[in-house]
Write a protein that binds this ligand. Structure first.
Ligand SMILES: [Zn+2]
Length: 412
């Protein structure tokens, strides 16, 4: 394309302008450049505006060589000097302005209170983060949660004061550096300096090309969530504006629902939860004791059967003992069978009908592991073990039954 001077950036003159008429300078494929625009392009940590140009959706906006490019389907149908109408998604823009300005104030307060330099900023869907590096004041080596709460209060006090937010534009670095900047300048010309509050005593004063509300009060609210160590810095998680309010709403509803569940208010909710936990623990202990007594009783029944077989003249005549329970897991079966191993002459099988599982126990005269290995797979079973104990698990009940029948025949 031939060189066009620049796009007039109306969002720099009036951040509250939601619409404008503009002329097409250049259009090709899915990109269009206008002589003026209300669309803020991605930059300075702030995402771009979206909206419509003459009713067609704009999905991305970026700046290059002083021109603002709008990405949209159907851009190629525009012709040079065609008149178009730009409309931005104001809700998204104002959301960006609230969050972005909230981040300014919090960063400025961290600088004023702790000498912390903002070295990183992330605006996510769930929350924002800033990474604060403590460099200015050697006596401050960490940001505790108490300190973070102090910064949160100071940030909101700036918001409540409804301090003016101003943007000053400077041609040169020397002019801009006359202001009490929180961060060294990274550019040399055409510098925008944003100040929250009076320049002499600004809550924040820093170079920024983003969009900001005209007063701090429009940020509404800044809420901090947590602070954590991050690569030698301190990462603060927070939210601002309408998003902070919506988050408060969600958390309030959660607390209210928990309160209903536990018949408690916010003040005694934790006590009620703790009491419930202790009750659950006591019930679990009681259940454990009862379960042990059931296991012991069942083991004794089997032991009696084993003892009654001692009258048999030859161990070859010993039957394979099979027991089945529908209320026992594999661990319970092991608990029953293992202590009996030395008393078993031939083979003991204990089954869990709920798991289609059979545990085999023997004193070693019969190799349990080999029985499982050689026979279980015939009925789609899996498992294994050693000479004195092994397990076999079957996908279906009849697999378990036929496996046991086979073992009994095998050892007859
Ligand atoms: Zn900014």
């Amino acid at each position: 394309m031939s060189k066009i001077a620049s796009t007039k950036k109306l969002y720099q003159q009036d951040v509250y302008l939601k619409e404008c008429a503009a002329a097409v300078l250049w259009a090709e494929e899915d990109l269009v450049v206008l002589d003026r625009t209300v669309f803020f392009p991605t930059g300075g940590g702030q995402s771009c505006d979206i909206g419509t140009i003459s009713g067609q959706q704009v999905t991305e906006v970026f700046e290059q060589d002083d021109l603002v490019y709008h990405r949209m389907a159907g851009a190629a149908s525009f012709t040079p000097w065609q008149e178009v109408r730009c409309c931005i998604d104001w809700e998204r823009r104002f959301d960006n302005m609230q969050r972005h300005c909230g981040e300014h104030i919090l960063s400025g307060i961290c600088y004023r209170l702790f000498g912390g330099i903002n070295r990183g900023f992330h605006m996510g869907q769930e929350y924002m983060t800033i990474d604060i590096s403590l460099e200015e004041d050697p006596s401050i080596r960490e940001i505790t949660w108490e300190m973070a709460k102090q910064a949160e209060l100071c940030t909101n006090e700036v918001i409540w004061s409804n301090a003016p937010v101003t943007v000053r534009r400077f041609e040169t670095r020397q002019e801009a550096e006359q202001l009490p900047l929180r961060k060294a300048l990274a550019i040399d010309e055409e510098i925008s300096i944003v100040c929250v509050g009076d320049v002499e005593n600004a809550a924040d004063c820093v170079a920024c090309c983003g969009t900001h509300p005209s007063t701090a009060g429009q940020v509404g609210l800044v809420k901090l969530y947590k602070v954590e160590h991050y690569k030698g810095m301190f990462r603060i998680y927070f939210e601002a504006g309408k998003r902070a309010l919506l988050d408060y709403g969600r958390k309030h509803e959660l607390i209210a629902a928990l309160g209903n569940r536990f018949s408690a208010g916010p003040d005694d909710l934790m006590d009620k939860i703790k009491a419930r936990e202790e009750k659950t623990k006591a019930v679990k202990n009681e259940l454990h004791v009862l379960r042990q007594s059931v296991l012991n009783a069942r083991r004794e029944e089997i032991r009696e059967d084993l003892l009654s077989m001692q009258g048999y003249t030859s161990p070859d005549k010993y039957p394979v003992l099979v027991y089945e329970y529908d209320d026992m897991k594999t661990d319970d079966l092991l608990n029953i069978g293992r202590p009996l191993i030395k008393e078993i002459v031939k083979l003991l099988i204990i089954c869990s009908s709920s798991d289609n599982t059979a545990l085999l126990f023997s004193n070693g005269t019969v190799d349990c592991g080999r029985l499982v290995k050689e026979n279980a797979s015939i009925y789609n079973g899996k498992g294994g073990g050693n000479a004195t104990s092994a397990r076999a698990i079957f996908p279906k009940r009849d697999g378990l039954d036929t496996f046991i029948d086979l073992i009994k025949k095998h050892l007859r």
